[in-house]
Design a binder for this molecule. Sequence first.
Ligand code: GAP
Length: 541
Amino acid sequence: MTENLPKKSMSDIVALCKRIGFIFQSSEIYGGLNGLWDYGPLGVELKRNVKEAWWRDMITHHDDMNTLPGTPEAFSMVGLDCSTIMHPQVWRCSGHYDLFSDEMVDCRETKARFRYDQMVGRWVSRGADQIFATAPEGDNAPELIERQALKHFGLRTKHADQLEWQSEITPLPGIDDLSRVLAPTAKELGTLTEPREFNLMLETHLGPVKSDKSRAFLRPETAQGIFVNFKNVMDSTRHRLPLGIAQIGKSYRNEITPRNFTFRTREFEQMEMEFFCHPAQSHQWYTYWRDRRLKWYKDLGLASENLQMRDHAEDELSHYSTGTADVEYAFPFLPVGDYGELEGVAHRGDFDLRSHMEGKLDEKSNPLVVQLGEDGKPKHRGSGKDLHYRDNLSGEKYIPHVIEPSAGADRATLAFICEAYTVDQAPDEKGEMQERTVMKFHPRLAPIKAAVFPLVKKDGMPETAKEIYLALKKHFNVFYDEKAAIGRRYRRQDEAGTPFCITVDGQTLEDQTVTVRDRDTMNQERVKIADLRQMIADRVE
Ligand code: GAP
């Protein structure tokens, strides 16, 4: 974040999203549903553009004839669209059934449930009585902890100086004795249960009878659809490795504490690509995809100072990964200096293909262990299908290694919204400086590319403006507006993030030119009607 700019207010951003139709709470008229959101008319266009930019970069504009800088050789990219419910065995072999869980604690008194690793607290005493007051981690945790402690000791806010703080804020998992812990909003001490594992997969049942046999899961990631189709793709296309297979689609996770607007939700969209390559080249490809994915966000307008690439520490790696780096963004809901994950780029080795071929993790969660039956032969817990790759030219047979850039479409959309949100000063119709809210999206992401206005509703201006609108609409998402003063119409489009406002005025009828106002600079230039389409196309690129 640029040092001298004030931190953006997340509540202002959330309010704007609702007010002008980017994002609404799901089922809002019934009080909403935690961790679920709907995209409004502007939001759906924005998110479609984010996904399209990703798909284009990964698939449709990918040139597999050329060796790109930083890559060992030319490579191919194809897409897939898999079902969101898959065979239950997929999740046993992927490790999700046994390992995809968070530790949670329940409060016996308030019945609230918290993610153990997201609870913080502070030792505080008054006289001989010492407690550990807690709150869910976040911006207002210090305030909540103090409020809890005051309540426990029966003190009013003005007597806060009677509290003796015995520690800094620390994570709850560092505390051994839960009997002195005061849970958020609880009155009694020691009401938190010991942490317990909680699987994050959402369950459903297939068919008319609900039983263990009919139990299935909504996919928690799109990646597995790609792994189980690897053989189908190789058999049905004539691609050689290295090959990337990409998919965009919904995933579901029963998050214990969904929060921070659309950052952590229970239903979200992922943009995942599994890149299958020769094991000997896998580290080169890992570096390549790490750099390329960071660049994608920068090219679409996220400021370098708000972005970082962070390598996972050894103990942070997922069960399948031998190396992971996260692309992270300084979301405004985080404390200054903190970053939240946008995307993970993981070196998954041959874990997934081997697992779907041979078996699952053993009881101690050791990966890549082939389960042996009583007869000493491998028990095929996986599909038992041969998922090796044989190179037609060299004849070499191997299990490919996989590099996975895995992005969240909703998180990326949220980051672009936060980055675009700008409040500046601009003159109104009377020339007086007023606060202006403007969404400075990259033109390619902007939900509406251009708005077309007649300056006034007479003298043939609306007719010409409508003609321009209809002509441009064949190529871009454009908007027509003839209501209200021109200044008000500009402001509405600034809030929607529309890069160009095209106005038909008296001169248009004489020389077939219009004014084009730039959203960011507010400068206006005269452009021939005949050149509008190309001008917008150039800028959107
Ligand atoms: N296949 C690997 C995988 O799924 P992940 O780090 O669990 O890895 C990848 O998820 C991306 O999906 C994250 O970087 C994030 O952008 C998005 N994501 C994960 N859980 C999410 C949630 N609960 N809400 C919104 N986005 C989520």
